[in-house]
Design a protein around this ligand. Structure first.
Ligand SMILES: C[S@@+](CC[C@H](N)C(=O)[O-])C[C@H]1O[C@@H](n2cnc3c(N)ncnc32)[C@H](O)[C@@H]1O
Length: 309
């Protein structure tokens, strides 16, 4: 078994927000190394149930091992939560957890290609059965398409210049490694004095694009609401503002007591309806000082909780 170490983020808060109870039924859409899942199964003993999934085969294998002591009380699917939630029974779970983004083993394994700090193939696929890789995007898309990804999914202000530099570089030789791409970004847009590495935003954008993370999140949130019982809770942990905005917009739309057609909310054209969700708290929860000191990777985490009405 390969080593798979991921410290679960905001674990105490997740259990409290999910109100895990003995005999409860929970779904974990991002099971990773099974850290949150193990705590949910322990807190829902003796007969609680957990349906979990992950797109990453290595995560599924490691979670299966980690949860062995709870045999008979869980199932784990290999796949995108957006698809897996479609297959689970509607109105049947007390809580759903989504702990988004990448796990530490994904980031720390050079050959997965997620990190600009280690040289590896430009891959970035969470599900390695998938065809599309980061190398394909970087070597095939034209500069306008690349700039759009860097800007829209990474908020990269130098998106056009970087996209043009990539186009010029790949005419000389294809970009196949994370090291090549990180060096090119550093040379093109050095940003002396900035805290974050200049490649941070481009790498985030490529990862989101390769894995269609925003599309999966939109479908997954809708699926999560469908499988929750009334009074059940959806807890989402995000790690960057784009994801958090999607969660907020989703929650806001489903908590409205009216609907409207098109993009503009004209008060006269509103049609009343029952809201589907309520926010459990208005502001996102963040990790406390002790967790930040213990696990620096938790620093950008934000947790939002909604309850199905
Ligand atoms: C932050 S880690 C989760 C860690 C986990 N909560 C734990 O305690 O070990 C995020 C995981 O979500 C998975 N993931 C991200 N998006 C996914 C999706 N749309 N469907 C299924 N898994 C996804 C990643 O492969 C990764 O293993």
């Amino acid at each position: 078994m390969p080593d798979y170490t991921h410290i679960p983020v905001m674990l105490t808060e997740a259990l409290a927000e999910l109100r895990v109870k003995p005999g409860g039924r929970y779904a974990d859409g991002t099971i990773g190394g099974g850290g949150h899942a193990a705590a949910i199964l322990a807190a829902s003993a003796p007969n609680g149930w957990l349906s979990g999934c992950d797109r990453d085969g290595a995560a599924v294998e490691s979670a299966q091992n980690r949860l062995a002591e709870f045999a008979g009380r869980f199932e784990i699917w290999s796949g995108n939560f957006a698809d897996v939630f479609e297959t689970l029974e509607a109105d049947s779970f007390d809580g759903v957890l989504l702990d988004l983004g990448v796990s530490s083993p994904q980031l720390d394994t050079a050959e997965r290609g997620f990190s600009f700090q280690q040289d590896g193939p430009l891959d970035m696929r969470m599900d390695r059965r998938q065809g599309l890789t980061a190398a394909e995007l970087v070597n095939r898309l034209d500069a306008d398409e690349l700039a759009k990804i860097f800007w829209e999914l990474g908020g990269e202000a130098d998106s056009r210049r970087l996209a043009r530099a990539i186009e010029a570089e790949r005419r000389r030789q294809p970009l196949t490694t994370t090291g090549q791409l990180a060096a090119l970004i550093e040379k093109t847009s050095p940003r002396r004095g900035a805290k974050a590495h200049p490649a941070t935003k481009v790498f985030q954008a490529l990862r989101l694009a390769v894995n269609d993370e925003t599309g999966s999140l939109e479908r997954g949130l809708a699926g999560a609401v469908k499988i929750l019982k009334r009074g059940g809770r959806l807890v989402v942990i995000t790690f960057h503002s784009l994801e958090d905005r999607l969660v907020k917009e989703f929650g806001r739309a489903r908590a409205r007591d009216y609907e409207f057609d098109g993009a503009v909310d004209v008060p006269e054209l509103r049609r009343p309806r029952q809201p589907e969700l309520a926010w459990v708290r208005r502001k996102a929860l963040k990790p406390g000082a002790a967790e930040l000191a213990r696990n620096p990777r938790s620093r950008s985490a934000q947790m939002r909780t909604m309850e199905k009405l």
